[in-house]
Design a protein. Structure first.
Length: 454
């Protein structure tokens, strides 16, 4: 497929990196010569220096024959105008990424008709969804859903008191309906075999049914709490969106800290009376002590300032907060967040790129989750085999070492397979795979008529 990406910021660069590895013909437009040079040196894409609000620049990128155009700059108005021009020039499908949804909130149908986009994505709303999933579960650090919510993938960090430590996977007595599909140890992602033993501080990816995963979390070393206290730092659009969504979940009490008096007043008017809005600076240790932040279960730093987010999370941890969550605004800071032992780092832009990838593969892959900072993917696809075969045993599929089937959905049934399990034609299969093995996995399950990588 010919794909044109407008903007090589956090969203555009990550998207170009992933799509260029999947045999798509990718062109990227950006006005920053440094970013263009970066693309030319690191990725197999056509990098074009120019303004995407000019038709000749769009034509140079091949918009007129593009199967997909993604308007993903950090300027909402540029993205909106680029959509109009791209549609007029002949682009088949268009994705519009915007930050501020307020201007189109009550006029969605009108704007869609005028601008010509097919899908609208808001980075901040997607980030709020991700934060919501991690806070709403017991203590998972990352949560993705598949098969209309019947199957989940969760990431957990193993504590020193975990019952899972030091025993080979094949000997573990895990709850029925769960499978460990991957482990991150010292920054390296691996797909473990039966002889693999878990260690303290390993990050474990587990696939299974929701109830079974709740049981698994108790084995990971943390008690389950029925009620949780949450503090949100920052009264921007992301913080407000997160507060509104958490307010709807029973058992979660929410406080929001905003350092600006006037903004705090406006935020309080938007939120229900159940959310307590306080004026204060969450990077001020005295303020955190005064508000007894150490008694909080989850601290969420949602400002646009990465440095403030990191400092606030560190201070909250020092006061005894169990889990810290921070929004990552700069791609280069992702590894820094991990080094600073912040539990969950959510990148709004990577969340947006992930949703776009789902759209790109929608013809053959039902869902995709890009996890572990892009070092692995989870695919949900419908199984079809070459040669017209109607079923195959898992052990005979020829899966590479860097891939593992986490769950199979057949009609209303969900089961966790072993080597002897049979996958039938038409089953929905949830597969964890390292990037180098994605195309091989697709070739096994999507049959001879697949066009997923064209």
């Amino acid at each position: 497929m010919d794909i044109v990406i407008i903007g090589s910021g956090e969203v555009g660069h990550h998207l170009a990196e992933v799509l260029s590895k999947s045999a798509h013909r990718v062109s990227v437009i950006d006005q920053d010569p440094v970013r263009i040079r970066e693309l030319q040196e690191s990725l197999d894409v056509q990098a074009i220096l120019g303004d995407a609000t000019y038709a000749d620049v769009l034509m140079q990128a091949g918009v007129q024959k593009a199967g997909l155009v993604v308007a993903a700059t950090d300027n909402d108005k540029v993205n909106m105008l680029a959509c109009v021009l791209s549609r007029k020039l002949g682009a088949k499908r268009i994705i519009l990424r915007i930050k501020d949804t307020a201007r189109i909130k009550d006029y969605g149908f009108f704007y869609k008709g005028c601008l010509g986009y097919d899908v609208l994505l808001s980075t901040e709303e997607l980030a709020a969804e991700m934060v919501l999933r991690t806070v709403a579960t017991n203590h998972a650090l990352e949560v993705e859903s598949f098969a209309n919510g019947r199957v989940q993938l969760r990431r957990l960090r193993l504590g020193s008191d975990s019952e899972l430590i030091g025993t080979e996977l094949m000997k573990l007595r895990l709850p029925g309906g769960v499978m460990i599909v991957a482990v991150i140890r010292k920054g390296e992602v691996s797909v473990p075999g039966g002889s693999f033993s878990l260690e303290v501080d390993d990050h474990v990816y587990v696939v299974g049914k929701r109830d079974s995963l709740d049981d698994f979390e108790t084995l990971a070393g943390d008690p389950i709490k029925l009620r949780r206290k949450v503090v949100i730092m920052g009264g921007g659009s992301a913080g407000v969106s997160i507060a509104q969504r958490l307010d709807d979940i029973p058992g979660i009490s929410v406080r929001l800290f905003e350092r600006n008096d006037e903004r705090a007043r406006l935020v309080a008017e938007k939120l229900s009376s159940r959310v307590l809005v306080l004026v204060g600076d969450a990077t001020d240790l005295d303020f955190l002590k005064e508000e007894q932040v150490g008694e909080v279960d989850v601290f969420i730093a949602s400002t646009r300032d990465d440095e403030d987010n990191m400092i606030a999370c560190q201070l909250a941890k020092s006061r005894g907060v169990e889990r810290t969550v921070a929004l990552v605004n700069k791609r280069a800071y992702s590894s820094v967040y991990n080094l600073m032992n912040i539990d969950v780092a959510v990148s709004p832009r990577l969340q947006c790129a992930q949703r776009i990838l789902r759209f790109v593969r929608s013809d053959s892959v039902s869902s995709i989750a890009v996890i572990a900072d892009g070092r692995a993917e989870v695919l949900e696809l419908e199984a079809h085999f070459k040669g017209g075969k109607k079923e195959r045993k898992v052990k005979n599929l020829g899966l590479p070492d860097g891939a593992k089937i986490g769950a199979v959905v057949r009609s209303e049934d969900v089961f966790i397979p072993n080597g002897e399990s049979v996958v039938e034609d038409g089953d929905q299969v949830i597969i964890f795979a390292l990037p180098d093995h994605i195309r091989e996995v697709e070739s096994i399950f999507l049959g001879p008529d697949s066009h997923v990588s064209e």
